[in-house]
Design a protein around this ligand. Structure first.
Ligand code: FAD
Length: 321
């Protein structure tokens, strides 16, 4: 038995969530007394692949075929399943990212594996049982799932485990699985926006604002605060519905689910659908002028005050440091 981790690349580079998935898979390999192999699909330079060794991947299968340069769900799932079979891997780990959410069930079907998506902790090996914890009911509860099948697929929530170094030298092996033409029919067009801003799904710090900001013209102070902290910006659903902010910033049940180390919510009421996407943040700071706002019930720190007074003061204090 061994563990296989899929390492998603974006324009030939790995993001922090990939190193986290490798760290998590390495911890599972250590726990089960097995080795760890990574599989990379697309054009990634050898020095970038070698980085995976830093987090414990002793072997990297490099699938550098031109037809798989761009993400295709069906084809990538087939390649990952084939890599698992080649390596005799009974456990496959992916990051629960946009593409990971699509890939994990497909890989599980191909391997006849049990699946846990959105895992938040290392599996517990309890008296021969294989138990994996995940959030349930939009983050209001936890579920512990027992995987009873021989093969297992686990999609790890970003920021749930953290990046842990475990240096080995990664040996890189070219891998050329046969790809069925039918698997290449649906090509997802990827639109990459050039921006120097922190990407929201990977952000450790997030500054988010809601309808309390009154209008898009008031987001300058949110951007400024985020810039000073090195944070990504996010918003509530009505804000993106009203086109005050792009939909890519909408967090919650129907938006992106995030779990940063720090989530600052400004002028957001804390509706259950919003909390569904942010309640697993490590520290939540709420700024709201209404002391009865539901968000205060889940906040670690709260400031009852007018955002238009509090945020400029925060900016001033950060600039003074
Ligand atoms: P409001 O509820 O209008 O709250 C504004 C807050 O700002 C208030 O608490 C107010 O006290 C405060 N405020 C006002 N002025 C100031 C000021 N000057 N300074 C400080 N505070 C101020 N919502 C999401 O966010 N994400 C989702 O994914 C999502 N999915 C949904 C799915 C479904 C099926 C449904 C039905 C709803 C969903 N919603 C979602 C909407 C959700 O129910 C709430 O309506 C929404 O989150 C409210 O957004 P808000 O907090 O920005 O606005």
């Amino acid at each position: 038995m061994s563990v296989l981790v899929y390492v998603e690349q974006v324009e030939g580079k790995f993001k922090k969530s990939v190193f986290e998935a490798v760290s998590y898979a390495k911890a599972i390999a250590d726990k089960t007394g097995t080795s760890l192999t990574a599989v990379s699909i697309g054009n990634v330079a050898d020095n970038e692949l070698q980085e995976l060794g830093k987090y414990g991947a002793a072997k990297v299968l490099n699938v550098a075929s031109a037809e798989l340069k761009n993400f295709v769900n069906q084809a990538y799932a087939a390649v990952i399943a084939e890599a698992a079979q080649k390596e005799g891997a009974e456990i496959v780990v992916l990051s629960n990212s946009f593409s990971g959410k699509g890939l994990a069930p497909r890989v599980a079907v191909k391997l006849k594996a049990g699946l846990v998506d959105g895992a938040i902790e290392l599996p517990q090996l309890d008296g021969g049982k294989f138990l994996v914890k995940k959030g349930a009911f939009s983050g209001k509860a936890f579920a512990v799932t027992e995987l009873v099948s021989a093969n297992k697929v686990i999609a790890l929530n970003p920021n749930a485990f953290g990046v842990k170094e475990s240096a080995v030298t990664a040996s890189i092996e070219a891998f050329s699985p046969a790809v069925q033409p039918t698997d290449l029919t649906a090509i997802v067009k990827e639109i990459v926006r050039a921006t120097d801003k922190v990407s929201l799904p990977d952000a450790e710090l997030v500054v988010s604002a809601g309808r309390g900001l009154k209008g898009p013209e008031n987001w300058g102070m949110i951007e400024e605060l985020a810039g000073l902290l090195g944070a990504a910006t996010a918003c509530s659903k009505p804000v993106s519905d009203a086109d005050w902010r792009p939909h890519s910033e909408h967090v919650g049940q129907t938006g992106i689910a995030i779990s940063p180390n720090l989530y600052i919510a400004i002028g957001i009421s804390g509706a259950i659908q919003h909390l569904a996407g942010v309640s697993s943040s490590k520290v939540i700071v709420v700024i709201n002028k209404d002391p009865e706002a539901p968000f205060f019930k889940v906040a670690d720190y709260g400031i009852v005050g007018d955002a238009f007074e509090v945020v400029p003061k925060l900016i001033e204090a950060l600039k003074a440091h």
